[in-house]
Design a protein around this ligand. Sequence first.
Ligand code: YXS
Length: 256
Amino acid sequence: MIAQRIEEGVGTITLDRPEKRNALSRELVEAVLAALDVFRGAGVRAAILRAAPGAKVWSAGHDIAELPQGRDPLMYSDPLERLLREVKAFPAPVIAMVHGSVWGGATDLALSCDLIVGDETCSFAITPVKLGLPYNLVGLLQFSRRLPLNLVKEMFFTASPLSADAAARWGILNHLVDSGELEVFTMALARTIAANAPLAVAAVKEQLRILTESGPIAAGAFERVQELRQRVAESEDYREGIRAFQERRPPDFRGR
Ligand code: YXS
């Protein structure tokens, strides 16, 4: 499901569920969370999250087979949402090392990492509308704080992958490097971070998390956002989106 190792103060987690394209099932998420716990106990000073060498898909996102039906799936307690929070709260920088395509909630996971290093094969798609779903508040705020609103809208409305070049141009990637250099480059970056004062680095990470995540939202606005989510999650279109994926056919959305 995953591989993990610690060397020279750098912890590496390798997603390894190729048969399901590293879809983030509860089991896979729990394994990553457990590895982060081990890293926390070992006092690692930087972490790398990657897929197995040569994987064409970094991660296919939330495990569709585990999406609750008829209600909003991306609730606070959802395993993937827990992982996003743990990555952001982890007391050392987490670097997403991306070879291959990234889909749906996995794009949110990559954006939740502190840095992203990708190669020419990487791409990023956010795909809820392909399933008949909207997205959750935390995720929408994350995208809208990171990227120009017109790009966020294009990514969500089209559900089309953003290419490596576009991801570099829009700042999703910290670095776009050749696939042959990706591992060496990412490890060198992690070691540079690991050589600095860990308490200071951890403090800056948490300071920035608190500052970027704080932002007032009127209660009424919050209620409206939640109602929009709930109404769509209860739609027939969401059920059709799941069925279409399982039956490997294009969905036939009717707007109800
Ligand atoms: O039929 P088998 O058993 O071989 O399994 C197939 C797929 O069903 C499975 N698989 C997945 N299973 C659960 N959840 C997934 N997200 C998922 N993706 C794939 O993996 C086996 C191989 O799939 P296949 O034949 O399609 O592989 P491929 O190499 O031709 O294509 C790889 C992908 C990733 C392009 C393709 O599998 C794909 O488009 N997957 C769905 C990507 C996606 O829409 N992810 C969003 C998941 S929902 C989510 O993250 C959030 C709720 S949201 O939507 O809000 O972002």
